[in-house]
Design a protein around this ligand. Structure first.
Ligand SMILES: C[S@@+](CC[C@H](N)C(=O)[O-])C[C@H]1O[C@@H](n2cnc3c(N)ncnc32)[C@H](O)[C@@H]1O
Length: 269
């Protein structure tokens, strides 16, 4: 990484969710503090980099699926630092007119995405907190790019981000607000760190380490993730491990990252 890249408002000494994810995916937009925090978590959860790759692969397959279903408007909440297989690249490969609004509250993610996307008038990057659905849905760029006032179906993506909203009531309420705002025919796609009963003590240590070193983290069960899709028609194969979603699952124990995609019934409010 070059010094020139470091934005002034970024505190390089404070580990960041977005930069740690970038590091685990093999990216270069991270600093020693991020790598040290990442190493602390990996000490109790060596499979974490594999979990995150499985998550990113799910996101790619999911966007491809949604674009193949005819979705052209994407709201990507907690979008991260641009890396391989960005949402706009996949969607615009299917239809160059596809539009994407990326939202992240990490300045590194926002600044880097804006730099990459300068000149692409079908993509916008918002520096915003997904816990404020009204502010995001009322944002003029979101309304303009995603045609929200015209009730065109959209896809809302929450990939590997809801586990950073530890309070269950808050998480349920904010997801409901996005779900309610989606026009009929829209999709909601979620992936989430899984609370598996296997190896609970070891995973708990990793979660506590992440919470201490980076940010509060809350894993959820398959049932809890499924509940985020309440009222939607669940796309096959349902709420499953990410590696099992619309591909042949690899053999052996599945990595603890689950996902589900739901469609708002046509004819509903
Ligand atoms: C693990 S990364 C996932 C990136 C991408 N969605 C993916 O699945 O490849 C989580 C991202 O969510 C962002 N994030 C965490 N909490 C957020 C919040 N409250 N509002 C907006 N973004 C948030 C982080 O900054 C980070 O970039």
């Amino acid at each position: 990484m070059t010094e020139e890249w470091v934005p002034a408002e970024v505190d390089v000494n404070r580990p960041s969710i977005a930069r740690i994810y970038d590091y685990h995916l093999g990216g270069t937009h991270n600093f020693p503090a991020d790598r040290e925090a990442a190493a602390q978590v990996v000490a109790s959860m060596p499979e974490l980099p594999a979990v995150l790759r499985v998550n990113r692969d799910f996101l790619g397959r999911c966007v491809q699926y949604l674009a193949d279903q005819g979705i052209r408007y994407f709201l990507d909440l907690g979008s991260g630092i641009p890396t391989n297989g960005n949402v706009h690249e996949i969607a615009q490969a299917v239809d160059p007119s596809a539009r994407v609004v990326y939202v992240d509250n990490d300045p590194t993610a926002v600044i880097h995405a804006r730099k990459l996307l300068a000149g692409n008038d079908r993509v916008a990057v918002l520096n915003a907190d997904l816990r404020e659905p009204k502010a995001i849905l009322d944002d003029p760029e979101v309304k303009r790019l995603l045609l929200l006032d015209l009730d065109e179906p959209i896809a809302i993506l929450m990939s590997a981000v809801l586990h950073f909203v530890p309070d269950d009531t808050e998480a349920e309420a904010l997801v409901a607000a996005y779900r309610d705002a989606m026009p009929p025919g829209s999709f909601l796609a979620i992936s989430h760190g899984a609370d598996t009963s296997e190896d609970a003590e070891r995973i708990d240590t990793a979660v506590q380490t992440y919470t201490r070193a980076v940010a509060p983290l809350k894993l959820r069960t398959k049932q809890q993730v499924g509940a985020f899709l309440t009222g939607l028609e669940i796309v096959e194969p349902g709420v499953v491990h990410c590696s099992e979603w619309r591909q042949a699952a690899p053999e052996g124990q599945q990595l603890p990252q689950i996902c589900g995609v739901g469609r708002k019934p046509v004819g509903s409010q």
